[in-house]
Design a protein around this ligand. Sequence first.
Ligand code: URA
Length: 256
Amino acid sequence: MRLGREQVLRELELLPMWKLKQAALQTKAVPQVAAEPASVAEALPEASALPSIMEPSSEDRNASIAQMDWQALQSCVSHCEACVLSQTRTQTVFGVGNPNAEWMFIGEAPGMEEDQQGVPFVGQAGHLLDNMLLAMALQRGQNVYISNILKCRPPENCDPHRGEITQCAPYLQRQVALIKPRLIIALGRVAAQSLLNTQENVADLRGKQHVYQDVPVIVTYHPAYLLRNLPDKAKAWDDLCYANSVMQGLKSGVSS
Ligand code: URA
């Protein structure tokens, strides 16, 4: 039995596609000679439904961020739309302090006040962090740079999602590469686990030297946690004394 044209197309499951092309032909003037598509977007009639094809791969994005100078990085962060947090933020929070600092403190993510002011650690936790710095004879803006794992506030201050951390990671990597701090202090579980790519908790990570991008890292409790768990302030103080002794060792070329 000979099948008709429509039956063949149906058997090959080509009929809906054929109809689509017909519809396209009806709405577009058809050039005599098919022009080369000027872009992949033109070649793919439904390209808008495939944004991942049109966007630079994450490798391209990471490589381009890894080349940026400080100003370009700041501007790139301020326009970032790589994750959903860009839709709810008031503004990005890049970091604060001396970009040539020897000390770098890294927290989790901006909270409500940070989101409004565009500066990290300005709320109650920030006040405690400033006091911790003072106790170490440090001051924000002098020999210290303060930043966060995430540059945008997660709504309701919920824990950052893995995808958000992944999208934001190249920014912090570049900040660390440009600042070249002697020592990083990871403040709290999210900062420590993200930097060190581990599931271990703060209690287990404290009191040891770890490494992030060749820079020694010391882990301590997050100031917001300390505000809720006052007895652990003594442990945080131990951590800061340990950090001070590591810094002295780094400066004198002796590692502890
Ligand atoms: N908590 C953080 O981890 N970072 C901030 O900037 C503020 C609060």
